[in-house]
Design a protein around this ligand. Sequence first.
Ligand SMILES: Nc1ncnc2c1ncn2[C@@H]1O[C@H](COP(=O)(O)OP(=O)(O)OP(=O)(O)O)[C@@H](O)[C@H]1O
Ligand SMILES: Nc1ncnc2c1ncn2[C@@H]1O[C@H](COP(=O)(O)OP(=O)(O)OP(=O)(O)O)[C@@H](O)[C@H]1O
Length: 594
Amino acid sequence: MIRFEQVSVTYDGASAPSLQGVDLEIPEGELTLLVGPSGVGKSTLLGTVSGLVPHFTGGTLRGRVTVAGRDTRTHRPRELADVVGTVGQDPLAHFVTDVVEDELAYGMESLGLPPAVMRRRVEEALDLLGLNELRDRPIATLSGGQQQRVAIGSVLTTHPKVLVLDEPTSALDPAAAEEVLAVLQRLVHDLGTTVLMAEHRLERVVQYADRVLLLPSPGAAPVIGTPAEIMAVSPVHPPVVSLGRLAGWSPLPLSVRDARRRAAPLLARLAAPAAPRALPGTGPRTSARPKFPAPPALEARGSGSGAPVAGAPGAGAPGLLARLFRRGGPGPATAQAPGSGPAEVRDLSVRRGRVQALHGVSLTVAPGETIALMGRNGAGKSTLLSTLVGTVTPTTGEVTVGGRTPHRTPPPEMVRRVGLVPQEPRDLLYADTVSAECAAADSDAAAPPGTCRDLVSALLPGVPDHTHPRDLSEGQRLALALALVLTGRPALLLLDEPTRGLDYAAKVRLIEILRGLAADDHAIVLATHDVELAAELAHRVVILAGGEVVADGPTAEVVVSSPAFAPQVAKVLAPEPWLTVRQVAEALDAAEAR
Ligand SMILES: Nc1ncnc2c1ncn2[C@@H]1O[C@H](COP(=O)(O)OP(=O)(O)OP(=O)(O)O)[C@@H](O)[C@H]1O
Ligand SMILES: Nc1ncnc2c1ncn2[C@@H]1O[C@H](COP(=O)(O)OP(=O)(O)OP(=O)(O)O)[C@@H](O)[C@H]1O
């Protein structure tokens, strides 16, 4: 259905191709999952299928890509629209109408479908994607995950033969992701649709794939095979595969169910006379330091849910990161008014238009504490973060950050107290190059020149200096936005879905940096759907539902009691208390030492 013949892509001004040596066929009526490290060329490959590369991105496409027999270099994207439906990484950039229903109908209208068919399919999409209540809402007022659902719905309505999806579940809550993946699988099975989908969160998707296409490293030729074949060699793989590698299981499990069937011998090895060690967030709370039990050292065995990518910094990286970090500006002790904690939220309610986005929320954030805010799309997570930086005003209730009321304090006075990496990193980027962004961040934070740039490289190797931030890959752009905010070392760091586009190795490095900050008494609040990240990093999990706090407690307790938010390792080893592969590796070491 999709054929690549000796395809390479070189962007204008680039010294090397971003994609090369692609010579393969994507079979019809199958779901092919495209995987590989951040910035390796996944979106570029998808763009050659939808025609966005090179028609919209510029650059040179060599070789030939054909979809249902049409050459994408000679057919512009709109001449492929009856065959190919595309969902990009940034839905907001591609919406053509203002209202949810209109967006769902737009593609069909351009194809000239009869009104009765359009009406029926819009209703189907609203139901399938849980959008019924939002049907007449302006798209600009939707939460990130709600927008991603609209983007997916708007391509499903045209019933394309080929669906090209770039990280389609990155903004979706775990339950919504499962629903969307089940819909895609049904299209493949029942209608013979061909799906080509790039994703980083393999724990969500690998079990749905018929085939996996791996781009192993920049410039290397891709490999295609069954999920089991590729996961056995892939530098990126989900926690359940890391666990299988650690335990020496063959064949490797791809799903929690597979792994549970093989878990008995591992559980026996782990069963030990001594009690399991304290997990992050489960240790005793005393006023003695450290207040929050430091999660154990990273990469105990070169494993962990973030398994290292070949060629990525391994055991040496934490030391480097720690050094880099100590060079930054003043820590939180100098940034806070005496006697005031990083954040205090009391009985907060926020109305946004017709929506009661938050209702009666109270939350105290202590220095050194890392809190994961979780909950379904539209639950109010981003709204809560926005009130903490002062961009959204409380309707009732009180918010105090570092002793100030954020929405009444001039932004320059808030800079050291609080920093937000927004869900859309683009919102932070203004300069024309990566270097210029970094120079500005160093100067704003009075940090030594080079601090921000070193942080970018520490998070993700290979981010080019002179590229316009607009042209970076999704993961590269997020790494830049994270570095800009981290350079300021705010006392309270807020991260809204901070792992979109990031591969597992970059996530491990981000976790290391954030742990270093928490150890220095910075407080961190992250809104995330990434249950694996929450399990690795958070001391405490707060779950929002319909704008209210419905759970608040130590990570292990909260996530294990909710199937939607439990990480893979917890599901495999339940009712044992381990959440991550790293903890299992350490427990095995401890058991063997006894
Ligand atoms: N329009 C462009 N102009 C110049 N360089 C680009 C452009 N688009 C992408 N690149 C570069 O090409 C490389 C591959 O980018 P691409 O977006 O395809 O990666 P990716 O694998 O999808 O990454 P991610 O996982 O972060 O989304 C990156 O180094 C990126 O900086
Ligand atoms: N400007 C706005 N006008 C009207 N309603 C809004 C506006 N911004 C957000 N909302 C609504 O407020 C609710 C909370 O949105 P918010 O972005 O805080 O959710 P979220 O938990 O961060 O969701 P997601 O996981 O999808 O990012 C949603 O129902 C959303 O549609």
